[in-house]
Structures are given as structure tokens and as C-alpha cells.
Design a binder for this molecule. Structure first.
Ligand code: UDP
Length: 368
């Protein structure tokens, strides 16, 4: 008999499993996939740690979370500075003085602020949706070239139908700071995320290729408490309807040249290019192998966003009003469920970053 059956060997499940094990509990982790690490799974190809389920750049302001993860990995000094490609024009991200200079020719922070102030006048009152929020943050020119097309490709919805908070994730700076994140701590685990999760799960029993929802009666008998990190609507057999998710598809290519785009991430912000971004994985580790040697080849991933349908991997919850309301109903069902904890991006239907996922797992465990 186990104290905890943890469904999902991703970041939330692995942190919870480690904490419980360290507290003397008996834990079994299962995952329907053949691999651990959920969507932060990385795999070595051509000497490069490839982020198989999309780019993950760890960043946090929470020292407790940072210190906790540093028990299981050494993080490198990678700082995310994506480039936006709008029909061949390149812009720095996040929105900063380099972006404003290229867009408007402005040179000083005052000039940039004046330009934004002039363009935001078209929005009266509190921004009601992503479009209004974006224009009010950076003005219409940047909205049209760097936000509208990208966002509509990523979410498959009009910017007027998306919640404002999504765009508030991005900083707007009147400085020449290209760091995409406002975070005290940032980096990529040296050796890959998979290694970090494996270290976390050391000494813990893990059963892969085990689908909880297909065999839940038998599996439930194994433990006092279940920690479920899969989609909450799937847990309840979609009885109240399906929540919407966005899925992502990657086309990976290995190229026999040292560099394709010279940066880890290039976002294609026009509407016509079918992919949202291209990731060149070697730049997460400065183009070097673990001995500091330059890597001769490169692996790139074109990322295509699509509406999730049964059978696809869910990546992003669509946190609009309609789905929010449905999630609330599932959450009521979940709280009536005895001895089951729902956690993580899918279990809580929340657009969690990795640090918030770790934070949530620690808080949940401490509340037990
Ligand atoms: N976004 C954008 N243009 C960009 C990058 C991001 O308009 O070049 C917007 C878009 O709406 C996206 C949101 O900012 O959904 C958050 O982007 P982030 O990079 O945080 O998304 P993630 O890395 O989680 O996919």
C-alpha cells in the first residue's frame, strides 16, 4: 500500500513525489507516456538537448523555488531574448528601446513613451480584452506587427475574444534590456530537464506506459491519496463538457550547419507564416556540448499551434470566460472527490509557468 499514487511524472508530480518521499511517505508515480518529465522532457540529438514538447526556460522570483530546484540541477546562465520576425523585419523582444527604435526611429525613453501615449489614446477606460490591453501597453503599430498575428495563430481566436492577462505576461521596458522575463533567477538545467526530473525521482518507484484513466479502479486501490495531474475534465469523463486547450505540433529538422538563426527563439509575428516560432535548441546551451566544444550540426523545431481535439496532447488551457465557468464546475466536482488532489497546468486548468507549478506543488504538499 502506498500513501500517494501520483498520476503524471511531470514537474508537479515529480516535486510532490520528492517532497512526500522525503517526508517518509511511500509513493508510486505513474505516467501514460514512456518517458518522465511531462512536457519539459528533453532528449539528446546531435549532442543537443532538444525540448521535445516546446521550449522551456526556467525563470522565477521565488528564492525558495529556485533553491529547491538547484538541489536537482545546476542551471546555466541562459537569458531568453527572442527575436520577432515580421515579414523579414527583425525586432527585439520583449518590447524595449531596441524595439521602439526600430519601429519608430525614436532614440530616447521620453520619445518612446510619448509615442506610446499618443497611440494608446484610442483606448478609453479599462482594457476589456487582449487587443485593448496590447494597444494600451504599446500602441497600435506594435500591436499590428508584433502581437496580433502571433497571438491569433497561437490561440486560434481573435484578440478581441482573448483575456487581457495573457499579454500582461510580457514586459514593456523603456530601457535597452532584452531579457524576456522579469525574474531574479533564470536558466536552463545543464544536461537537460529530463535529467533534473530523473534526479528528483531518484529512489522513487515509477511505472511508465500506465494510463490511470484506463485502469483507475485497480490503481486507486494501491494508495490512500491520489495526486492527479492530468486534464480535470478527462478525470470526470467530460461529463460536464470538454474544456478547450491549445495543442502544439512540432516539425523538427536536423541541419548540417552550425547555425540556422543565431538565436534560441525567433517568433514569426505575421499572420501568413503558418508556424508561430522556430526554436533552435543548441542556443539554450550556447551552441556547445558539455565539454565546451562547438557543435557542428543544429536541430530546429517549427512550432504550429492548433485547437486541441481528443487524442492530441493538451498544452495550454484557454482561460477565457466560457472555459473559466466550466472549469469552476469541474472544480466543485473535484473538491467533493475524496482523497484526490488535482494539480498542475492540466489538473488546475491554469496557464502555470514552471516556477508557479513548483510553488503550487510545494504549497499543496505542505497543506497535507
Ligand atoms: N506574444 C505576442 N508576440 C510575441 C510573443 C508573445 O503577441 O512575439 C503574446 C501572445 O499573445 C502570447 C503571449 O504574448 O500568447 C504570451 O507569450 P509567452 O511567450 O509568454 O507564451 P509561451 O512562451 O507560454 O507560449
Amino acid at each position: 500500500m502506498y500513501d500517494y499514487l501520483i498520476v503524471g511524472a511531470g514537474l508537479y508530480g515529480a516535486v510532490f513525489a520528492r517532497l512526500a518521499t522525503d517526508a517518509g511517505k511511500k509513493v508510486l508515480v505513474i505516467d501514460k507516456r514512456a518517458t518522465v518529465a511531462g512536457n519539459i522532457y528533453t532528449e539528446k540529438q546531435e549532442g543537443i538537448n532538444v525540448h521535445i514538447y516546446g521550449a522551456h526556460i526556467f525563470h522565477t522570483n521565488n528564492k525558495e523555488v529556485w533553491d529547491y530546484l538547484n538541489r536537482f540541477a545546476v542551471f546555466n546562465r541562459f537569458t531568453n531574448s527572442p527575436v520577432a520576425n515580421y515579414k523579414g523585419e527583425l525586432y527585439s523582444l520583449p518590447f524595449n528601446m531596441y524595439t521602439f527604435n526600430k519601429m519608430w526611429g525614436v532614440v530616447t525613453p521620453e520619445e518612446a513613451a510619448a509615442k506610446i501615449a499618443e497611440q494608446r489614446k484610442e483606448i478609453a477606460g479599462e482594457p476589456k480584452n487582449l487587443e485593448e490591453q496590447a494597444i494600451s501597453l504599446v500602441g497600435r503599430d506594435i500591436y499590428e506587427k508584433l502581437i496580433k498575428g502571433y497571438t491569433e495563430k497561437q490561440w486560434g481566436r481573435d484578440c478581441k475574444d482573448l483575456p487581457a492577462f495573457i499579454i500582461k505576461r510580457l514586459p514593456v521596458r523603456l530601457t535597452f534590456d532584452n531579457n524576456y522575463f522579469n525574474a531574479l533567477y533564470q536558466g536552463i538545467p545543464i544536461g537537460g530537464y529530463t535529467k533534473m526530473i530523473e534526479n528528483m525521482l531518484e529512489g522513487i518507484e515509477v511505472r511508465l506506459n500506465t494510463d490511470y484513466l484506463k485502469d483507475r479502479d485497480a490503481l486507486n486501490k494501491l494508495a490512500d491519496t491520489v495526486v492527479y495531474t492530468g486534464p480535470i475534465d478527462a478525470y470526470f469523463d467530460y461529463s460536464l463538457g470538454t474544456l478547450e486547450y491549445r495543442s502544439v505540433r512540432f516539425e523538427n529538422e536536423t541541419l548540417d550547419k552550425p547555425s540556422f538563426q543565431g538565436n534560441a527563439a525567433v517568433n514569426y509575428t505575421d499572420r501568413e507564416t503558418p508556424w508561430t516560432r522556430i526554436i533552435e535548441h543548441k542556443w539554450f546551451e550556447f551552441g556547445k556540448d558539455e565539454n565546451g566544444n562547438d557543435l557542428p550540426k543544429t536541430v530546429i523545431s517549427r512550432e504550429y499551434s492548433s485547437e486541441w481535439k481528443p487524442g492530441d496532447e493538451p498544452y495550454y488551457p484557454v482561460n477565457d470566460e466560457k472555459n473559466g465557468a466550466l472549469y469552476e464546475k469541474y472544480r466543485d466536482l473535484a473538491s467533493a472527490e475524496k482523497n484526490v488532489i488535482f494539480g498542475g497546468r492540466l489538473g488546475e486548468y491554469k496557464y502555470y509557468d514552471m516556477d508557479k507549478t513548483v510553488e503550487a506543488a510545494i504549497a499543496k504538499f505542505n497543506a497535507q
